[in-house]
Design a protein around this ligand. Structure first.
Ligand code: ACK
Length: 371
């Protein structure tokens, strides 16, 4: 037990895991590059539980020049998530020394967004299905609903483990050899338990500080000092939930679905709920909003939300009630569900479990109609 009577501190989440032996990884080919790093297809020997075996894996690395970027938090989130069929599993990590590396299961069909866009044109060759796997050519309504169901299942699991993803989008969903969706990229995610603990510890430390220095606060100026210290520690005017400190200053559009506003981190503005845009609040309900946008991406075969608007206009107009609408040629199956994911009141949005049930019911209905 630590000094606050709690035996579950953040370091204990990570300390039981050992770094993977780097010499057991052979990078084979570059799969893609992001802002800060690369993803490689690789071979790994002797992964935990598989001694004497070699497995094809995906390895995420950080560019040497991005010294301020760490994969430690992402590794901790993925370790907490463990294994679920609709979430990319972490198989090992090298985060105790530089350069950091995450070793993940390899999802051979790549991003869902790329597959959706490829399906727009009949001339593009879609991947052949494996026996027993999901049919990807053509992308039938049932296949599309299957993607939605996979993502709802994966997110129900993630939310149940008290993780807020914060960057759910079709670009962050991968497909495995069976055409099954796996949610990936936890680089922006938050562990609500670790956050709560951190805030409690900060509050206790501030209380200790005040108790030990009580004699200094006898005078009037003292109360002003306490107030300043309190505001410095906990921020001003922030609601509950988890707060990012990004502020809009100047604007740039990135290649990756993120809008860069100012010099801070790029944010997935087009996937963000009004309370995230306005108050920097991130909760499971804001992940539900993003899930609604993913349903819309599926229905429109990979369109960009509010593509006619700049990021700055999206920030202004979504809190005023603007929502993505379905173009005529899109599929309408889940328009009712996605619209409810975009309810202004977070508690009025459906849960992931409810969404999963609704999608399952539609799938059953189609099977019954077909037979
Ligand atoms: O569409 P893609 O092939 O799928 O290109 C991107 C690229 O790396 C940069 O993110 C691919 N990628 C990322 N993680 C994995 C993974 N676990 N398995 C297979 N491909 C991956 C992604």
């Amino acid at each position: 037990h630590n000094r606050y009577g709690n035996n579950d501190d953040k370091t204990s989440l990570a300390s039981e895991f050992q770094d993977f032996e780097r010499s057991n990884i052979r990078l084979k080919s570059l799969l893609g590059e992001g802002n800060f790093g690369q993803v490689w297809k690789a071979e790994a020997d002797d992964l935990s539980g598989h001694f004497g075996a070699t497995r094809i894996v995906a390895v995420k690395t950080i560019r040497a020049c991005s010294a301020q970027v760490s994969l430690k938090d992402e590794a901790n989130i993925m370790r907490k998530l463990g294994s679920h069929q609709n979430v990319v599993t972490l198989l090992g990590a090298c985060v105790e020394s530089e350069p950091h590396m995450l070793i993940m299961e390899y999802a051979m069909r790549g991003r869902l967004l790329s597959l959706l866009r490829a399906a727009r044109s009949a001339t593009n060759i879609l991947p052949a299905s494996v026996p027993g796997g999901r049919s990807l050519a053509p992308l039938s309504p049932r296949t599309l609903a299957g993607f939605a169901l996979d993502i709802a299942c994966g997110m129900e699991y993630i939310a149940g483990r008290r993780i807020v993803h914060r960057d759910l989008a079709a670009r962050n969903v991968l497909l495995d050899h069976n055409g099954m969706c796996k949610i990936c990229d936890f680089g922006m995610s938050i562990d609500l338990d670790a956050e709560r603990l951190r805030k409690e510890q900060e509050k206790n430390a501030a209380n200790d500080l005040m108790r030990h220095n009580a004699h200094k606060f006898k005078f009037d100026f003292g109360s002003r000092y306490i107030l300043q210290h309190w505001q410095h520690t906990f921020g001003q005017g922030q609601g509950q939930g988890n707060c990012s400190k990004d502020h809009p200053h100047g604007e740039k559009k990135s290649h990756h679905g993120h809008d860069t506003i100012g010099k801070r981190h790029a944010l997935p503005i087009r996937w963000m709920a009004p309370e995230s845009l306005q108050y920097h609040m991130f909760t499971t309900e804001t992940d539900i909003w993003a899930f609604g946008i993913v349903l819309w991406e599926i229905a429109t075969l990979g369109s960009t939300p509010y593509s006619q608007l700049t990021g700055r206009e999206v920030i202004r107009r979504v809190p005023q009630g603007l929502r993505p609408d379905l173009p005529k040629e899109s599929r309408h199956e889940f328009y009712n569900l996605m619209s409810r994911c975009w309810h202004k009141e977070p508690h009025m949005r459906p849960s992931f479990a409810q969404s999963r049930l609704e999608i399952t019911r539609s799938l059953h209905k189609w099977v019954d109609d077909d037979s």
